[in-house]
Unconditional design. Structure first.
Length: 170
């Protein structure tokens, strides 16, 4: 099974695209990862918060996939991100705990460590405005043990930590 993690960035929606794209590198990484995720007609399970459903639909349907929660999925798309308090200009302003939290989360993503993802501190995540609910749900439903991992994007533009990660599960 293939699994992809992308951030829930509204700027990725087509209706927010502009000539001067503030998330051009992120948009490219997301597009490539979602294309890798889906074969035309693939059934995709989506793990995300309700506010990210429009983004999930655009990404999956736009790449020729199908959203069918009652079928056995052939692929999984998780929409989540790290803290939003990495700098003074970040949406949540600066919190000195953000960098360490994101480092641990990034380590778990790179290792495909389901246990670490399931063990994320929900209170700290909420304090840091990290959107990690999808990581926790994914970790309980998909066995990432031994997955081949590829990180397409790892950066914190605007003080928010985003990853685009691909897992090819055995």
């Amino acid at each position: 099974m293939r699994v992809v993690v992308v951030p829930g960035v509204l700027a990725l929606l087509d209706r927010y695209a502009s000539i001067d794209d503030p998330v051009a590198q992120l948009r490219t990484a997301v597009g490539e990862a979602v294309s890798w995720l889906l074969e035309p007609g693939a059934t995709v399970a989506v793990y995300c918060e309700p506010q990210h459903l429009r983004l999930a639909e655009q990404l999956v349907l736009g790449a020729g996939g199908r959203l069918h929660p009652f079928e056995e999925p052939e692929a999984v798309l998780a929409i989540a991100n790290g803290s939003a308090k990495r700098t003074e200009k970040a949406p949540g302003h600066f919190d000195e705990r953000a960098e360490a939290f994101d480092a641990e989360l990034g380590k778990a993503l790179r290792a495909g460590d389901s246990r670490a993802l399931a063990g994320l501190d929900e209170t700290l995540a909420r304090d840091l405005w990290a959107d990690v609910g999808a990581f926790r749900s994914l970790s309980s439903d998909v066995d990432l043990t031994g997955a081949e991992v590829h990180v397409d994007y790892d950066d914190a533009p605007y003080g928010v930590q985003y990853w685009v990660v691909r897992w090819q599960c055995p």
